[in-house]
Write a protein that binds this ligand. Structure first.
Ligand code: ZN
Ligand code: ZN
Length: 348
């Protein structure tokens, strides 16, 4: 029997639910899937995408689990260590390597660090680098997706992440990275590593509970501390660079944006708080330009270079040190030479 108009109307809500579930399921394994087309989505106005924002909601709500699982020193130390290790993957690799190419490494190391960075639930390395390269071109101008100067603190901090037009990866900005099939896979299937990370944590916690009951940790406790708590702190720590590092701190360089240097933010993010330095010269592997500007990611990168794991770390050029010393870009040759030597000594 043919369907009537009223049958169609009655089925409409079910069809809508089915379409949403189908889209969500496909996007779970392919983050590049957009039923309306990527171009239409990117060119539309900012609009919160509830489905795609659910992973962030889930991450925050999961912390309530602390009420049931309690705490142990083992779980707390694991959460802190996982914060530090994954913050390093984000700052040193997602940011300084994938986004800025500030040093070189092997294809294997590049992939391992991409996996570690992906476990921080900040999406794939190509999406991250594409968004970040866009930020450097348009920082604090109207097109900047996360400028607190243009769009206010909350939008710059987390609002922009929930807007559906910011979800697609702009592959035209990361052609150098998209030639690696394994990175493309991670980027498309960006939920796989976080899910795996959660399962592994649970299993490790459960194993410790069975074989080392004296530690007082359980599978659930390790999962809540290592997955939810650690990742929420890691997410907001990283996001502070978008929201606070363009508002809070001092400006050494008169860059074409409002970026600032802050020791507090540098400590929280292992060195990313020297954001004004970074906007002045983004190619450098170090963001703390002087020995007193603590940059833990850079010290770790330096150690990795001694072990031969990475190489060709880009340095801060002498002209930038001269500019910082207030001598301007056209400092005289002898003076430049002295500053250059000092700069090189510090970056060595
Ligand atoms: Zn910035
Ligand atoms: Zn950058």
């Amino acid at each position: 029997m043919p369907m009537t108009k009223s049958d169609n109307k009655a089925l409409a809500p079910f069809k809508w639910v089915w379409k949403q579930l189908r889209t969500t399921a496909i996007q779970l394994v392919n983050s590049d899937y957009y039923p309306q087309g990527q171009k239409a989505l990117v060119e539309a106005e900012d609009k919160i995408d509830i489905k795609r924002s659910l992973s962030f909601v889930f991450l925050h709500v999961g912390c309530i689990g602390l009420i049931w699982v309690g705490w142990s020193w083992t779980a707390v130390i694991a959460a802190v260590l996982l914060y530090v290790v994954r913050m390093f993957a984000i700052t040193a690799f997602y940011h300084r390597y994938f986004s800025h190419k500030s040093f070189k490494t092997s294809r294997f190391m590049q992939f391992m660090m991409a996996v570690l960075g992906n476990s921080a639930m900040q999406r794939g390395p190509l999406w991250w680098a594409a968004v970040h390269r866009h930020h450097h071109i348009h920082s604090d101008h109207e097109e900047d997706k996360h400028s607190p100067v243009q769009h206010g603190f909350w939008w710059a901090h987390i609002g922009w992440l929930t807007s559906d037009r910011n979800f697609p990866t702009d592959y035209t900005r990361v052609r150098d990275l998209s030639k690696f099939k394994e990175l493309m896979f991670l980027n498309r299937c960006d939920q796989a590593v976080p899910i795996l990370y959660g399962i592994v944590l649970w299993l490790v916690g459960w194993g410790l509970q069975v074989w080392f009951p004296g530690l007082g940790v359980t599978g659930g406790q390790m999962f809540v501390w290592g997955f939810f708590v650690s990742t929420v702190f890691l997410l907001h720590g990283t996001l502070f660079i978008n929201s606070l590092a363009h508002v809070f701190g001092k400006r050494r360089f008169q860059t074409d944006d409002d970026s600032r240097n802050s020791l507090l933010l540098a400590l929280i993010t292992l060195g990313e708080g020297w954001h004004n330095n970074h906007h002045r010269y983004s190619h450098s592997a170090r963001q703390g330009f002087y020995w007193w500007e603590i940059d833990i990611s850079y010290y770790t990168l330096k150690m990795m270079s001694w072990m031969g794991l990475i190489w060709d770390l880009k340095r801060v050029p002498y002209a930038v040190y001269a500019e910082a010393a207030g001598r301007g870009k056209a400092a005289d040759a002898a003076e430049d030479e002295a500053i250059y030597t000092a700069g090189m000594r510090e970056s060595a």
